[in-house]
Design a protein around this ligand. Sequence first.
Ligand code: ADP
Ligand code: MG
Length: 482
Amino acid sequence: MTYTIEGKTGAWEIVVGLEVHAQVISHSKLFSGASASYGGEPNTHVSLVDAGFPGMLPVLNQECVAQAIRTGLGLRARINLESRFDRKNYFYADLPTGYQISQFTHPIVGEGTVEIELSDGTVRHIGITRLHMEQDAGKSLHDQDPARSFIDLNRAGVALMEIVSEPDIRCPEEAGAYLRKLRQILRYLGTCDGNMEEGSMRADVNVSVRKAGEPFRTRCEIKNVNSIRYVMHAIEVEATRQIEVWEDGGEVDQETRLFDPARNETRSLRSKEDAHDYRYFPDPDLLPLVVEQAWVDELERGLPELPDDKRDRFVKEYGIPRYDASVLVAEQAIADYYEEVAKGRDARLAANWVTGDLFGALNRTGRTIADSPISAAALGGMLDLVSDKTINGKIAKEVFEDMLETGDSAAAIVDRKGLKQVTDTGAIDAAVADVMARNADKVEEYRGGKDRLFGFFVGQVMKAMAGKANPAMVNEALKKVL
Ligand code: ADP
Ligand code: MG
């Protein structure tokens, strides 16, 4: 079903295209040997190239190119064997060269696609228009001194990938799913850490509205939104604003806007500049970038299994539902953990324990899978005790909690607490007889046709045996005598 917003004149559709800036994971910057790592004392990661000294020559960092190509391959996109670097001229205090080196007419990566899945299970494909490489700018610091501003050039020249989507997104949920999927792919590839809080992934959000069946109308671009939740809010707020403009007989102007989450509104920043305002031209210091297909093939062979492929393999190999598989491949570390638990064991049971009890425990304790108090081997050891019927499912929960607290192995806990499942028919029969003797009235009722009392007897026998009886054997013993 199409997502719409109701205005005075009826339903409006939303059209969204996203431009994502993703900081490339690399040791050094795109055109200099200075460190690209985050943080550091201001202006300690700056070479003369980054500082825009006259006469300095940029030297392209091969690893950044490799990262861009890996990303293109991960987005199932066309890799352009020849691309070019242009100068995009504009003045910023924190851009000492007075231009940004970017790729304008010939990006390194062309059309691709990202598959997203919505909460109702709908699968959609969002087109990628292009991915190009460019430099990041420095950072102006206005809060260090009451009278002066400072500039930190540590970030100046760090490699960015700008990933531009087609205007294929039709609602906030799709925008959220697209960004999560993109971030997941980048993290799997190891080409960007996807950390939106630290600004290593940020989105420009292009929004327009239209009536069903119409061509696209004018869009506005909301700059630098730094969380997925804010992107989703901004779309809703901006679309609502545009609908009012159109319905009041006005025209939406193409402009750049800012989202203010505190006031839940967007505000005009500047009217949209056009490409000619930047006076793009090929950077005379850099040759066209030509890469060989053989290198692209080599990079492709080195790619990890991507999340969609992993999900499909989990469904096939482990026989788990697609939804569970999607949850388990959310992060590479979770997927690895799950596989270690599932290998050679009941894979469905493993999936239930990982997505249920383990995720619950991690949430409760504010931990991630990387610092899980229970290792995959330890959880697997516990599942082995369930499978070989040393403990039943209920006791397993108790053992799990103990493992969380003490870090002991499941086997040690079962020994220490004497939790071994009772499979001795004599003991079970004795408990059954005792429960029946103490509940003669209920036995009458059951035999008189009150079938649902069966559960009551099971519960009583289990209780009498401190939860340690084999449930299947208790059921059988009860059926025999009742
Ligand atoms: P520019 O070069 O001016 O930034 P692009 O053609 O590169 O323009 O488009 C930028 C982004 O705007 C892309 O993500 C694209 O999908 C999106 N976009 C283009 N037209 C529309 C529209 N009418 N409504 C919403 N988004 C749009
Ligand atoms: Mg653009």
